[in-house]
Design a protein around this ligand. Structure first.
Ligand code: SF4
Length: 443
């Protein structure tokens, strides 16, 4: 098993990295570390979280341990996200997605009557939770819970619609090797969660109508339509045709209510134009890993069905449909260093990833990333730990500097930028953007 070197406590490692990266906000070192290592909760803390918005398992597990191993029903009781506040460093409010790991060096406990984050037993900062929004209590006419149909993440900013809960890239030969979508479906069903393979369009529209009615403050501003890849057919449609039905229905019923985002495979321009016409503003053709040597190992299905070079070409082609700033491909930061294929050193991994960032940002397309959480039900997460924290903070600096060097706007559809303001919870790329950076203008 490969693990992060533990020659020092988390605090010592963070302090050392802060000396090497003084221009990064102090909060992001902890945020990135929490995302790679996960968080444990004491029984008291779980009890205190009982009124907070719970983890919805909106697509993957994003946990460091399988549900079957949890001793406190954390899968039902842990919050979706936490906000880090105050503490020894006076943290500005920093939103972090919860990735459950009961044995993590990071634990949320109750101290002095309030929630506190500790690292190796040392108090770090306060923890705040988001109240459960009233619409989470509602059920649809069909009896289905709204939390399953249309959960919100990013502190309420983003409605997340995983309309197809599985992926037709199936098994070792095709599934992306960091991904647990199919295994997570099985474990959630086994744990009693009412996961459906395909969400009915009418149910989705009903859920959105409830949110629209109840979310009077307009906290939710964007929505994502996504799900697994469709390599053959689903309900008689190919991938473009299947997801287009949802985009059209939502666009017709709720024009301009939410910034509509789409996370599906890299399709051709002629397949994408109908999405633009339906009201999709932002397209995420996620490339997962840039390196040409690693791509076939990490994404064997994408390599076999579309091919790495064609995928990267289609990303740039999509910029002609949506506008460059509205094509935002994701990559999974950290898989570049996963064994057995990954780079051995942080420097090599950053060099390769930076090449991809330069390739796209020099053309106005801004990739973003999520922090790889080695999920134990995925191939790569079975028997190894995450990439070093040094890689993640190095990447933040690199991403910020390349973004700046091309004078690019804030990527749209993620809420406000800057430390203390960002709500994007699965990496810190929004936290490191200067808040004075101009916002992107929709084409
Ligand atoms: S395309 Fe890859 S990352 Fe996406 S759901 Fe399928 S296996 Fe997972």
């Amino acid at each position: 098993m490969r693990t992060t070197p533990q020659t020092s406590s988390r605090l010592q490692e963070i302090e050392e990295l802060r000396r090497r990266h003084p221009s990064l906000p102090p909060e992001v070192f902890v945020k990135e570390d929490l995302l790679r290592l996960g968080i444990g909760f004491s029984e008291d803390a779980l009890r205190a979280a009982s009124g907070a918005k719970p983890k919805s398992y909106f697509i993957f597990s994003f946990d460091r341990r399988p549900i079957a191993s949890f001793g406190q029903e954390e899968n039902l009781r842990a919050p979706e996200e936490i906000a880090l506040v105050g503490g020894r460093e006076g943290f500005r409010r920093t939103i972090v997605s919860v990735r459950i790991h009961p044995d993590s060096p990071y634990q949320v406990v109750v101290s002095g009557g309030a929630l506190e984050l500790q690292a190796d037993g040392t108090p770090m900062c306060g923890v705040e939770l988001q109240d459960t929004p009233p619409y989470y209590q509602r059920t649809l006419r069909s009896g289905k819970p709204i939390t399953e149909m249309a959960p919100t993440i990013e502190w309420g900013y983003l409605v997340y619609l995983t309309v197809y809960r599985k992926c037709q890239y199936f098994g070792f030969q095709e599934e992306c090797r960091f991904c647990d979508i199919n295994e997570n479906f099985r474990q959630q069903r086994a744990a009693g969660r009412p996961y459906q393979t395909v969400k009915e369009i009418d149910d989705v529209l009903e859920a959105l109508a409830v949110i629209d009615e109840e979310d009077r403050e307009r906290r939710s501003q964007a929505l994502t339509i996504t799900g697994g890849s469709i390599t053959r057919h689903l309900r008689g449609r190919d991938e473009g045709g299947f997801y287009l039905e949802y985009a059209r229905a939502i666009g017709e019923r709720f024009p301009e209510r939410w910034i509509m985002k789409l996370v599906i495979q890299a399709l051709r321009q002629e397949e994408l134009r109908p999405f633009r016409d339906a009201g999709v503003r932002i397209y995420h053709p996620n490339y997962e890993v840039w390196d040409p040597r690693l791509f076939p190992h990490i994404c064997p299905g994408k390599e076999a069905w579309i091919g790495r070079d064609e995928w990267m070409r289609r990303i740039l082609d999509a910029a002609e449909v949506f506008g460059p700033s509205c094509v935002i491909p994701n990559f999974v930061a950290g898989v570049e260093m996963a064994k057995p294929w990954g780079f051995d050193t942080v420097e090599e991994a950053l060099r390769s990833t930076g090449e991809g960032l330069e390739h796209f940002m020099s053309r106005g397309v801004v990739p973003r990333f999520t922090v790889w959480c080695p999920e134990p039900l995925s191939v790569l997460g079975r028997d190894q730990g995450p990439a070093p924290l040094a890689y993640h903070v190095g990447l933040l600096e690199l991403w910020r500097d390349i973004h700046r060097s091309h004078d690019l706007p804030v990527p749209p559809g993620y809420g406000p930028p800057g430390a203390g303001r960002a709500v994007f919870s699965v990496s810190s790329f929004m936290d490191v953007i200067d808040p004075e950076t101009p916002l992107a203008v929709f084409d």
